[in-house]
Ligand binder design. Structure first.
Ligand code: CO8
Length: 257
């Protein structure tokens, strides 16, 4: 697929997407976000891709939405353009999505990382929602996902002051999974992605859906949902294979069926 602002590659079940607008610190303009939604749609339908990895490279994840593109917009233009429709497509990616973050992940950049299921960060990563400094507020999920990830107190401080967190602070706050040296970020992210890619794809997909469900439902309904998905997995060949391989003391061969 031809993309102007993304570098795409694929190996060992992992679809890798690198945001690539280095001159403006990977600012997320409309074209880039639409390309990202298209690429993820395609990867979602591709059986060869079991996990997707989003990175911005070693210097910058993304410094937010493209301010130059938004600066002169009116409320009605923003409403009619409905850029969030693209973000919704990204959010609906059904396979595991991992972010490898180095350098700034600010505004929409932080929100993009938070759409991902797991975040690995380099020691140089910074996470923040500085929109308040621009006279606006987070718009692509920042107030919702950040507060669920780090709690009200920390989220309020970040959103109301625009202050960012270092990778270590983000780790301690529960926003991210791990901090690694910059030079190891790509390797560690690929290692994690490959590990998840080796698991039974249907179980992984439904497990992701069930964990996400827990953020927008009651425990009672969530448990009910989880049980139904659990039962469903007994209709898969991978369930037979996984349990048989355990009994036969061998490695399972999962086929995604
Ligand atoms: N948009 C456009 N251009 C940008 C952006 C951006 N978000 N961030 C950086 N750039 C450009 C700079 O203008 C600069 O360009 P030039 O060389 O032509 O002057 C170049 O990138 C390099 O940037 P700096 O010189 O500023 O680099 P520094 O290392 O000094 O600073 C920072 C790095 C701290 C990341 C700084 O660039 C910065 O503060 N950037 C803006 C961060 C920000 O406010 N982000 C929030 C944007 S609003 C948002 O994300 C809302 C999301 C809502 C969802 C969107 C759906 C519509």
């Amino acid at each position: 697929m031809d993309t102007k602002h993304l570098i795409i590659s694929q190996k060992e079940g992992v679809g890798r997407v690198q945001l690539h607008r280095p001159r403006v610190l990977n600012a997320l303009n409309k074209e880039l976000v639409a390309e990202l939604a298209d690429v993820l749609d395609k990867m979602d339908r591709d059986d060869e891709v079991r996990v997707a990895l989003i990175t911005g490279g070693p210097k910058c994840f993304a410094a937010g939405a493209d301010i130059d593109e938004m600066a002169e917009s009116s409320a009605v233009e923003m409403l009619l353009e409905d850029q969030f429709a693209q973000w919704d497509r990204i959010r609906r990616f059904s396979k595991p999505l991992i972010a490898a973050v180095s350098g700034p992940a600010l505004g929409g950049g932080c929100e993009l990382a938070m759409v991902c299921d797991m975040i690995l960060a380099s020691e140089k990563a910074r996470f923040g929602q500085p929109e308040v400094n621009l006279g606006v507020m987070p718009g692509a999920g920042g107030t919702q996902r950040l507060s669920r990830a780090v709690g009200k107190a920390r989220a309020m401080e970040m959103v109301l002051t625009g202050r960012s967190m270092t990778a270590r602070e983000a780790l301690n706050a529960g926003l991210i999974n791990r901090v690694v040296p910059v030079e190891l970020l790509e390797e560690e992210a690929m290692k994690l992605a490959r590990e998840v890619a080796s698991k039974p794809p249907v179980a992984v997909r439904l497990a992701k859906r069930s964990v996400l469900k827990s953020f927008d439902t009651t425990v009672e309904e969530g448990l009910d949902y989880e049980q139904k998905l659990f039962y469903f997995l007994f209709a898969t060949e991978d369930q037979r294979e996984g349990m048989k391989a355990f009994q036969e003391k061998r490695k399972p061969r999962f086929r995604g069926k």
